[in-house]
Design a protein around this ligand. Structure first.
Ligand code: SF4
Length: 406
């Protein structure tokens, strides 16, 4: 792995090791950030005139865009539909218009590279105990006020210290690290779509799985192409209210719901994450509506994770989510009919373990990222033979320690 030497080294390795699929918000043109702008619609805006004059080594022409008049271009990857004149930079910061051509500036230059337990994504119904080679490049198409990874998601690729790792090297490094999958994660993978798709195609050929950890803010056409090589996903459902999406995240609800429908229709295993932000996303009635939509459109089997909010970024004055709220939401979702509901970022054995939806027996016991017990036979409950939704190894051993777990 060769380091890129850049002039602006803004992110240290400790920050880069931060986990989380939560993507983010920082400032927009004319605003330096700092105050809570929760009353405003903060949906992404472009950065006029902020692009470089020439492509660089980590530039790649965009895979999906439309050429307009006067050398303007429109990106078709996500619902932001950025229209860029020559010299402009996109809302996600990683795309620019140079002389009428749309370029990604985040192709082969991940700012974060880690090998994680799959449970950290979180993916609890996907090859338990497996190791996942995880990469992220700078940028995000959201602007969440509570971003956990703003140091990388709200930066331009040129501002970060990055690795040089083109798709063949990602695959080679993932195999050398004895990973079972490559995850596109931490910042927002949709904004480095070209890098992700090329890597995922190669990874599939090499026998690796591909995992998308994302806000789900992507158009159907690029998602369908990605689904051809995608094995699993964790998608953040940030709220079940379009107004909250606009104010808290700078996005819209409906495109995210469409992503869930497409993944479901394409048969991709996915899990849903809901970060319970106090004062924004902690209304039981909203959770009830969310569960109703999931049941009606996706069925009861996609795991749902309620995550504890930790004060961060522009919402650093909010309290953490109370444990009681998370437990109440888990009970509520299960009463509504969802089969697998988890609590994350909290030491809660019941909310972290997997229990068979049919017989109620303990299937997977978790202590952090250690999984001392797995009571599955292939994809079935060892006790009642119920089929357990997810991607499982053909035969799962019991009472083994998790390799490489922290
Ligand atoms: S992926 Fe980036 S450039 Fe493309 S539409 Fe979305 S925010 Fe704009």
């Amino acid at each position: 792995m060769k380091k890129i030497d850049r002039r602006h080294l803004l992110v240290g390795s400790a920050a880069l090791a931060a986990t989380c699929a939560v993507s983010a918000t920082a400032f927009w043109p004319g605003r330096k950030g700092g105050e809570d702008s929760g009353a405003a619609d903060i949906t992404g805006r472009i950065f006029p005139g902020d692009g470089p004059a020439k492509p660089w080594k980590w530039s790649k022409e965009g895979f999906l865009y439309v050429k307009l008049d006067n050398q303007r271009v429109m990106c078709s990857i996500c619902p932001n539909a950025c229209v860029l004149a020559p010299g402009d930079r996109s809302a996600c910061r990683s795309k620019v218009n140079i002389d009428g051509v749309l370029y990604s500036l985040a192709y082969g230059n991940p700012c974060t590279v880690n090998v994680d337990p799959v449970e950290k994504k979180p993916l609890l119904h996907f090859l338990p105990r497996s190791r996942v080679f995880s990469i992220a490049a700078a940028g995000c198409n959201f602007r969440c006020l509570n971003c956990q990874n703003w140091e990388i998601s709200q930066m331009k690729p040129e501002e970060l210290k990055s690795y040089e790792m083109f798709p063949p090297e990602v695959v080679k490094n993932a195999l050398a690290a004895q990973s079972q999958a490559v995850a596109y994660t931490y910042s927002e993978a949709i904004t480095f779509y070209e890098y992700m798709l090329d890597t995922a195609r190669l990874a599939r050929t090499a026998g690796l799985k591909n995992l998308l950890i994302s806000n789900g803010y992507i158009n159907r056409e690029p998602l369908l192409e990605l689904c051809k090589v995608l094995d699993g996903a964790n998608i953040n459902l940030k709220a079940f209210d379009d107004r909250i999406y606009r104010k808290l995240n700078g996005g819209r609800l409906e495109p995210v719901l469409n992503t869930f429908k497409t993944l479901h229709e394409q048969g991709v295993h996915f899990e849903i994450t809901n970060l319970v932000v106090p004062g924004y996303v902690d209304d039981p009635e909203m959770v009830k509506r969310m569960c109703g939509w999931i049941l009606a459109n996706l069925g009861p089997d996609h795991p749902l994770h309620f995550l504890k909010f930790v004060p961060k970024y522009k919402l650093d004055r909010l309290p953490p989510t109370p444990a009681a709220t998370l437990k109440e939401f888990r009970s509520l979702a299960m009463r509504e009919g969802l089969h697998y509901v988890y609590i994350g970022n909290l030491d809660d054995p019941e909310g972290g373990n997997t229990y068979c939806h049919q017989c109620g027996q303990l299937l997977i016991e978790r202590h952090g990222y250690n999984l001392p017990t797995i009571n599955l036979k292939g994809s079935h409950c060892k006790f009642c033979r119920a089929l357990i939704p997810g991607v499982w190894p053909p035969e799962t051993a019991t009472s083994a320690a998790t390799p490489g777990a922290a």
